[in-house]
Design a protein. Structure first.
Length: 222
């Protein structure tokens, strides 16, 4: 079944990240655990419900989403692979919606095609180069309020600030046990332009140049 565009949410992470790194941290199938809250207290560290969480774990490499947060445990929507490595670290990002998005295009990933044909070849031989995740372009009704984040993105471009973003699709609702499919990536704002016309609103075009892999977060169904 085709997914509706209506309801897609594109978000930018707050600059206030929650980070922890300690030998008292472990991962089990349902979440992230602290065996010593005197050393690592997730609430005190700033973790909160709905955060996207990445780690240095080589067993659980996917992006995780916080369902509930307590001092000694972060329950997640996804199923993780248990990891008791003694040097785990976690970074949580609070995601804020970009307001009044009319349409979006991207990510527009591609890769160079490398010709490795030689005199012994009987047909063209090719390799694929390093993937380039391309960019994401947003068309918006320009809104100068802080919550719309348009001014923030404008300032990101001027300061050459790299941000973290996600795109939440519409294949499931966000609930206590469900999450839709999402895409998660870092990007620079490479372009911001405005346009206007008679009997119309001011519109903006914002281009995000993706600077990491795009990580797909699978939906969680009840």
């Amino acid at each position: 079944m085709a997914l509706e565009s209506q309801g897609v949410v594109i978000r930018r992470a707050s600059s206030n990240l929650a980070t922890v790194a300690s030998s008292v941290l472990t991962i089990d199938s349902t979440g992230i655990l602290s065996s010593d809250t005197a050393e690592v207290d997730f609430v005190t560290a700033g973790f909160g419900t709905g955060m996207r969480i990445v780690s240095n774990s080589t067993l659980t490499t996917s992006v995780l989403t916080a369902k509930t947060v307590a001092a000694s445990a972060i329950e997640i929507y996804e199923t993780a692979t248990a990891d008791a490595t003694t040097s785990l670290s976690f970074t949580g990002s609070s995601m804020n919606p970009i307001g009044e998005v009319i349409s979006f295009s991207g990510p527009s990933g591609a890769a160079a095609v490398i010709d490795v044909t030689n005199l012994g070849s009987t047909a063209k031989e090719k390799l694929i180069g390093i993937r380039d995740e391309g960019n994401l372009t947003l068309e918006v009704n320009w809104n100068n309020t802080a919550t719309a984040l348009h001014r923030t993105l404008k300032d990101d471009r001027a300061a050459r600030t790299k941000g973290t973003f996600d795109i939440k699709l519409t294949d499931d609702v966000e609930g206590s046990t469900t999450q839709p499919t999402a895409l998660f990536f870092d990007a620079y704002v490479s372009g911001v332009s405005l346009s206007g016309a008679v009997d119309d609103v001011i519109k903006g075009s914002i281009t995000l140049e993706i600077s990491t892999e795009v990580r797909w977060i699978s939906k969680v169904a009840s």
